[in-house]
Design a protein around this ligand. Structure first.
Ligand code: NAD
Length: 260
């Protein structure tokens, strides 16, 4: 049994999508939750839902992860409210379209700040608290299959996700002696709001499914459960890894037939 009773999980980008599903799944397994998001109303709404559904304490907090002050504030709020932090899920992510010939440098900075720099900065703040408490902990980075597969006109996004693999490894090595495990999840195509729109387009749907051996896109719950596993004692000997829940996509060389 995975039981996080008495433990506190801080999850960024938790107002919707994979982050919201992850917050609920951790609460289902007994954790108290801090949902941090730039969408404060969404985070608070989701926190109320989680509290009603699971009976666990959950609070929604405003946090723009691109701001160091906001990261310090959210960590201090976590400690004030719950007295501890045991699990950190860095999940907030943005995209800005553009490739090597046309990507604006401001857009590159914006994506790298949210998707990579904030993961480093918040992990540092949380890990210092975990080390101080001396009870170990778990950090999870929400990466992507694009950590290893590139898209030409998503240069900033794929660069940020590639960087997360090495950040994960370096953090895992640096925190191993404190029994703080650091792992990443690299989802394939997951049915969040953006993908729902894409999947309504038949050509785009076929393109996605032709590279997905399991024949469907993933559900946010299927990523949330990997996060719970990685933070749990079932994963007690796993650190520094990126796990790819991608429906078999990274194992595929050519394409698979798609049902009409
Ligand atoms: P989403 O857009 O549905 O949710 C992202 C959340 O992050 C939103 O609630 C948003 O308000 C929040 N956010 C954005 N900028 C922020 C900031 N500066 N500070 C705080 N919060 C901020 O996205 P999603 O699909 O749920 O993706 C979540 C993570 O999973 C991202 O890191 C994404 O790269 C990764 N991912 C998603 C997929 C997919 O198919 N959906 C695939 C691979 C990886």
């Amino acid at each position: 049994m995975i039981d996080f009773d008495g433990k506190c999980a801080l999850i960024t980008g938790a107002a919707q999508g994979i982050g919201a599903a992850t917050a609920l799944e951790f609460a289902n397994h007994g954790a108290d939750i801090v949902l941090a998001d730039i969408d404060e109303a969404g985070a608070k709404r989701r926190a109320t839902e989680i509290n009603e559904l699971t009976g666990r304490r959950a609070i929604g907090v405003f946090c723009d992860v691109a701001s160091d002050d906001a990261l310090k504030a959210v960590l201090s709020k976590t400690i004030t409210e719950f007295g501890r932090i045991d699990i950190l899920v860095n999940n907030a992510g943005i995209i800005r379209k553009g490739g090597i010939l046309d990507l604006d440098t401001d857009d590159f900075d914006a994506v790298l700040n949210v998707n990579l720099r904030s993961y480093f900065a918040l992990t540092q703040l949380a890990a210092r608290k975990m080390v101080e408490a001396g009870e170990g902990g778990a950090v999870i980075m929400m990466s992507s299959l694009n950590a290893v597969l590139a898209i030409a006109d998503q240069l900033a996004y794929v660069t940020s996700k590639g960087g997360l693999q090495q950040l994960t490894k370096a953090c895992a090595l640096g925190l191993a002696e404190h029994n703080i495990r650091v792992n990443a999840i690299g989802p394939g195509s997951i049915m969040t709001d953006i993908l729902k729109v894409v999947m309504d387009d038949d050509v785009a749907r076929k393109k996605i499914l032709s590279r997905t051996p399991l024949g469907r896109v993933g559900d946010p719950d299927e990523i949330a459960r990997v996060a719970v596993f990685l933070a749990s004692h079932y994963a007690s000997y796993i650190t520094g890894q990126t796990i790819f829940p991608d429906g078999g996509r990274s194992a595929l060389n050519y394409t698979v037939p798609v049902a009409e």
